[in-house]
Design a protein around this ligand. Structure first.
Ligand SMILES: Nc1ncnc2c1ncn2[C@@H]1O[C@H](COP(=O)(O)OP(=O)(O)O)[C@@H](O)[C@H]1O
Ligand SMILES: [Mg+2]
Length: 108
């Protein structure tokens, strides 16, 4: 992701974030409670849309994907969730059905 800022309503949570993740890479996201870890994952799955900046997957800005493209993206990413509100990405699991039915926003 490049220069990504996002938030909820008027409240900015992440500001101007640059992040590169590569296939097969295992990373941990660490931070204080409320620091924005879950928000970061929501951006990657496009459950949340950036205010500015771009989230790219395989060279494609995921904001440009239609519903079909978004579902295909999520199937390729793989995601599992320990709870509805706290996604945990794994290497080969499938996106839970509740995520596939909410393609554009976590603001619910
Ligand atoms: N759906 C939401 N609507 C409004 N504010 C939210 C929402 N989700 C998270 N927040 C706020 O965004 C900030 C970051 O939250 P979050 O990404 O869940 O942090 P973490 O996962 O690191 O604990 C917190 O202040 C939290 O209260
Ligand atoms: Mg969290």
């Amino acid at each position: 992701m490049r220069g990504v800022s996002c938030g909820y309503g008027d409240r900015v949570i992440l500001s101007n974030v640059d992040l590169d993740l590569h296939r097969g890479q295992v990373i941990g996201v660490m931070g204080t409670s409320g620091g924005g870890k879950t928000t970061l994952l929501r951006l990657i799955g496009r459950q949340l849309t950036p205010i500015s900046g771009q989230v790219m997957f395989d060279g494609v800005d995921i904001a440009t994907l239609d519903r079909k493209g978004l579902y295909a993206l999520r199937r390729r990413m793989g995601c599992s969730s320990s709870a509805r509100s706290s996604p945990i990405f794994r290497c080969s699991t499938t996106w839970p059905s509740h995520c596939a039915s909410t393609p554009t926003s976590a603001n619910r």
